[in-house]
Design a protein around this ligand. Structure first.
Ligand code: IPE
Ligand code: IPE
Ligand code: MG
Length: 251
């Protein structure tokens, strides 16, 4: 398995274009409310922003793009909204999978799929298998995902596979079991919708990500809005614990 750099163990190479962007797509409900539409209209419209963000990222050379679509806490929403989100996931994936394949994208889903409908799980697993060997951007959907769940499932799987580690282990022992073990850590984290929180997204993997928050609601998040996020990222100094002077001497 590919071993990616750990931002807390080694100093990653900082590139002008982020290799991995992770996005919390927030504000669909408020977008709909502003237009006197039901919340689900906002979710429906949000699919367009996903499509556009992928296209833009492919164009500028981003390699990994991860979207938070449904958190482990989102089950607390009204039943109707939860079931609409599941139906939307199914229909959007069923509709887009051929295009995803034609575009040479690798599709992945992270999260605990055990409570999902068997039909949806089959569609997801088939889409992952179909696109596994593709060489373009890796597009990941986090569904019923929680950062704490991820760390806990990684530790349990690690101890099951390697019981001798019960007496002590290191970072590098856990990382192969995390659900994003196929991707480098995100360089840039974007949250739309104005809230400034992580909401239990990739807790482990965001250790050294640059955080960007925008008031733009997810259905309004277009290419210029994404470019603003990338410009903000490019203006950051990624020190990874070092001083500015050290960076100037050895960038
Ligand atoms: C994000 O939009 C989508 C999901 C969580 C599925 P919201 O539905 O949270 O929209 P707001 O925050 O209510 O506006
Ligand atoms: C976070 O959005 C999860 C997703 C975008 C899937 P929420 O809108 O549910 O987040 P909180 O609960 O307000 O933090
Ligand atoms: Mg929200």
């Amino acid at each position: 398995m590919t071993q990616f750099q750990s931002s807390t163990r080694e100093i990653p190479v900082a590139k002008a274009v982020p290799s991995h962007i992770a996005i919390i797509m927030d504000g669909n409900g408020r977008w709909a409310k502003q237009r006197m539409l039901p919340r689900i209209a906002g979710h429906q419209r949000g699919v367009k922003s996903v499509r556009n963000t992928i296209r833009h990222c492919v164009g500028i050379g981003v390699e990994y793009l991860t979207f938070f679509a449904f958190s482990s806490e989102n089950w607390r929403r009204p039943k109707d909204e939860v079931s609409f989100l599941m139906t939307l996931f199914y229909s959007a994936l069923a509709r887009e999978i051929d295009q995803i394949q034609r575009d040479n994208l690798r599709f992945r889903v992270i999260g605990d799929l055990s409570p999902f409908d068997a039909k949806l799980v089959r569609l997801i697993r088939d889409a992952e298998a179909l696109t596994r060997e593709n060489t373009g951007l890796t597009f990941t959907i986090a569904a019923n995902y929680g950062g704490r769940w991820d760390i806990m499932q990684a530790v349990s799987s690690m101890l099951k596979a390697r019981p001798e580690l019960a007496s002590g282990f290191e970072e590098k022992d856990i990382t192969p079991y995390l659900s994003m073990n196929y991707a480098p850590e995100p360089d840039l984290f974007i949250r739309t919708g104005g809230e400034q929180r992580i909401s239990n997204f990739l807790l482990w993997q965001l250790a050294y990500a640059e955080l960007y928050f925008t008031d733009t609601l997810w259905p309004d998040f277009d290419s210029p809005a994404l470019e603003l996020a990338i410009q903000s990222y490019q203006a950051r100094e990624r020190r990874f614990g070092r001083t500015s002077e050290q960076l100037l001497a050895h960038p």
